[in-house]
Structures are given as C-alpha cells and as structure tokens.
Design a binder for this molecule. Structure first.
Ligand SMILES: C[S@@+](CC[C@H](N)C(=O)[O-])C[C@H]1O[C@@H](n2cnc3c(N)ncnc32)[C@H](O)[C@@H]1O
Length: 477
C-alpha cells in the first residue's frame, strides 16, 4: 500500500526513504530564503508518479480537472509561514484550501460554482462527534419511514427542470434520494446544525455522482451508499483533526474570479488552476448533483470562464473571450497579492480547430503588462489513469506550472474594457502570425486539407475584429 503523504514523516527509516519521504524532506525547509526556496522547485519531480493524491478530506467528492495536492502543498511549504494567507480564486473542490488547512495557513477559496464552494467548505470544517450522532439518528428515523410512494415521486420528478432524470434514475432510487434530501431539509429547518447539514449535502451530491457514473443506480442500495459516505467523511475529518495543531481561518466565497471580494495586498501566495479554454463545461458535468441540491446551475453557466457552448461557428472568438476573462482574473490576483509574493497558475494546453493553444504562454506574456514577472515554468505529465478526457478536446495529458512574482501593482482595473481589449488584440495578432507560418499544430488523427487549415487565419482575423465585444464582462451567453 502506498504511504499517505502526511504519514510519511513519521515512518522515515534511515536508508529506506520512499519518494514521498524524500519529497517531504525537500519541501520542509523552515527558514530558507526566497531564492533557496526557488532553487528547491528545480529539484521537485513534478510528475509525482505513484504518489498518493487522494488522502484525508481530498477523498470527499470527485471533481473534474482538479489538481494534485502536492502542487499547492509544495508552494505553501516553501513560500509561506504558518498564519499567512493562501488564495485560490478558482478553488474547485478546495485542494489548495485543504493543504493550507493541514499546514496551519489561513486560506481564501473562491469559485463561481456553488457546488465547488460547498465541497470546499465541508473539506475544511471539523465537526463534533455529537453532530455526527445527531445526523445518524435522523437517518435511522428516515430509514424506518422509507416508502415507495410513486405518486409522490412522480410529482417531484415533474417539478425537476430536467425530465431526463427519470431515464437515468429509476423510481426506487429517486424515492430514496428524495427521502435523504427531505431529512437534510428537516435538519436545516431545526437550525443550529449548519455544518453537519452541509456535510450531508456533500454526501448526497457524491451519492448522486456515483449513481450517474454507474449508469443510474439499478440495484444500488442508495441509503446504504449515502451512509457509507457519511461514515468515511467522519473518519477522514477525525484523522485531519489530529494533524491540525491550531485551526486556521478559512474564507470561502461563491464569486467571480474577475471581481474578487478580497482586500488589496492581503494575500501571501496564490496557487490556482483556472478553467481551460474549450475544455469542459462544469455546469454540465455537475447538473444532476446541483439539481438535487437545489442549486442554480444556469447562473453559474452564464459566468463560467472557458465554457464552450458559445461561439460555435468561430472557436477563436472563444479564445479571445477566454484571454480577456483570464487577464481580468490575473489583474485581480495582482491587486490582492502582496508585493514580491508568488502567483502560481497551473494550466494545460488545449486545442481549437486543429491548432494548439498554449495557455501558459499567453498568461506569461499578458502577466508582464500587469505587474507580474514570470520566474519559472515547469512541465508535468499527468498520470494517464487520472487525466480528464473529453470528446471535444481530446486528451489533456500534460500541464504547466507557471510561477509569477508580483513586482508591481497592476495600475489598471479588471473592469477596464479598453485595456483588456488592447492586450487581447496584441495576443491574438501574435497568434495569427504564428498560424500564418505553420498550421495544424494540434492535428490528431486524419490531417485536414491545407485549404481548411488556412481558413483558420480568416477565422482568427474575424475573431480579432470582434474583440471589443467578445471580451466584455457582461457579454451574452
Ligand atoms: C480546473 S478547475 C479548478 C480545480 C481546483 N484546482 C481543484 O483542485 O479542485 C477550474 C474552476 O474554475 C471555476 N470557474 C469557472 N468560471 C469561474 C469564474 N468566473 N469565477 C470563479 N470560478 C470559476 C470552475 O467552477 C472550476 O471549479
């Protein structure tokens, strides 16, 4: 069995170090200088091949395109002290926050997806035994009154916006999910049990996710599955409580990374992985869970960065919109970060119309206009068994870790549409020149004709003409 990272430090035997123990020693350099810490980054094996990545509360809920905990952990250990503040403006399921929490750093997590912020919150909230007893008592009562009242279920089904649910889940499954949902609502109404209520919701969401992944849950004992998840969460939170010496502050914001609700110059480190251009629509992935939790996925859809449901006719317009959104988010990251501190952005390449989109290069280039200095870039292979694949983009099999340092204030606001349009135009012009020289940089499978590939140059020209509209914050979606 693989050694869990946080156990690695207790079991070191001389001459018998595992790669995880060696890594742990490398990042545990209390008191080293900024430049020493930077040089340690060059010694890290960023692939983290065969490392355990699902430990403690990281296990709570699956989440697409999450990054491995070792990435935020490395920067947290090397570049912050206990009590300092780490921010992830696209926190997803809270990987950065969990690592900050385990290492006694305060943290701020922001994400527009309400499911993401719920999962994040639950992963870093320790809960008293008494509250677990209370939840289990409620669930025991629920079990005794579980019924298969199909009329009631059909009524509920009709009230759900997406009728396809009835094809995915059979009536017995729906009935049980409903009973769990109602029990949780009862807990909410009683008041005073907010944390266990939220944990129950994450457990319900994770149950729904498992059912979707297994094709609808035929023959699955839903309440049993739900209970198992609650038990396992309780166990992991208990383990975590033993590791955390002093509970740090955690702030979780359900908001837009392009206008962060965070004070300027207050953050000591940013580690984040933004959405990829054209990669996946999170709102689609999470639709069923969000439906069951009564969350508004349409509001999220309209604010989602990188989603590909728009600009179907010209995908390069999607790219300029994306670059505009990312530039605004990076201006916000600069505003909240203290001077000389690091902003680490983890992103993979994408593919649009047979062309390779190297997002990290765009980010590094744009960062220089807003007070950042690119210091280092690391490439890492993603574990083949864990990477996210999508029919639209093919495989995401590598990613880049871009290390930026804030050297100045951005001196521009994220809401400055003129500035954003200028920088994006510059980036898209450069991109057009590259495509004029070499086309088909990301062809997988059958190669399209030269004529088809050259059409891309016209498409990019068209996208450039639309930049002032396409980079608007409140554009139509
Ligand atoms: C690659 S994921 C981050 C995963 C995260 N590092 C983790 O380990 O779970 C990108 C996240 O960006 C979020 N997102 C998309 N548009 C956003 C916006 N406008 N503001 C804030 N978050 C947004 C998505 O909901 C998604 O959770």
């Amino acid at each position: 069995m693989r050694t869990m990272l946080y156990e690695a430090r207790q079991t070191t035997l001389p001459g018998l170090k595992t790669p995880e123990q060696e890594y742990w020693e490398l990042i545990n350099r209390g008191g080293c200088s900024f430049y020493e810490a930077l040089s340690v980054l060059d010694k890290i094996g960023w692939d983290f091949k065969d490392f355990t990545t699902q430990y403690l509360t990281h296990k709570f809920h699956s989440y697409p395109a999450r990054f491995i905990p070792q990435i935020p952990l490395t920067f947290i250990k090397l570049f912050t002290k206990e009590g300092e503040t780490v921010l992830d403006p696209f926190c997803g399921c809270g990987t950065t926050l969990v690592e900050a929490f385990l290492n006694n750093r305060n943290s701020i997590g922001n994400d527009f997806n309400p499911l993401a912020t719920l999962i994040s919150k639950v992963k870093v909230t320790l809960i008293e035994d008494e509250e677990f007893r209370y939840l289990k008592e409620k669930l025991k009562k629920m079990k005794s009154r579980l019924d298969l009242d199909y009329k009631r279920i059909d009524k509920r089904l009709k009230s759900l916006p997406n009728r396809k649910l009835s094809k995915i889940f059979n009536r017995a499954v729906i009935s049980k999910l409903e009973a769990i949902r109602e029990t949780l609502l009862e807990i909410k109404e009683e008041g005073g049990h907010e944390d266990i209520f939220d944990l129950g919701r994450v457990s319900l969401s994770s149950t729904v996710w498992s059912l979707v992944e297994n094709g609808g849950g035929i023959d699955v004992d839903v309440d049993d599955l739900f209970m198992k998840k609650v038990h396992s969460m309780e166990k992991e939170l208990k383990k975590m409580a033993k590791i955390v010496k002093k509970i740090p502050d955690v702030k979780i914001i359900n908001g837009d990374a392009r206008r962060l609700e965070v004070e300027m110059n207050t953050v000591d480190l940013i580690v984040t992985s933004p959405p990829y251009v054209n990669a996946l629509d999170y709102y689609r992935v999470h639709m069923y869970n969000m439906l069951w939790l009564g969350m508004d996925f349409d509001l999220f859809r309209r604010h989602e960065i990188g989603a590909h449901s728009n600009f179907i006719n010209n995908r390069f317009r999607l790219l300029s919109g994306y670059l505009g959104d990312m530039l605004r988010s990076m201006i916000e990251m600069n505003r909240v970060l203290k001077k000389n501190k690091l902003c680490v952005i983890v992103v993979g390449n994408s593919s649009l119309e047979y062309e390779l989109i190297e997002s990290y290069k765009f980010f590094a280039d744009m960062s220089k206009f807003i007070g950042f200095k690119p210091l280092k870039t690391y490439f890492r292979n993603i574990d083949k068994t864990r990477k996210y694949t999508s029919a639209d983009i093919g495989k995401i099999d590598d990613e880049y870790i871009l290390v930026l340092q804030k050297v100045n204030d951005a001196e521009v606001s994220a809401s400055d549409g003129g500035f954003v349009a200028d920088i994006v135009t510059q980036q898209m012009d450069k991109f057009k020149k590259q495509i004029e020289k070499v086309q088909g940089t990301s062809v997988r499978g059958r190669k399209p004709t030269k004529e088809r590939l050259l059409e891309n140059v016209d498409k990019i020209k068209e996208a450039i003409a639309h930049i002032p509209d396409d980079v608007k914050m409140e554009r139509q979606r």
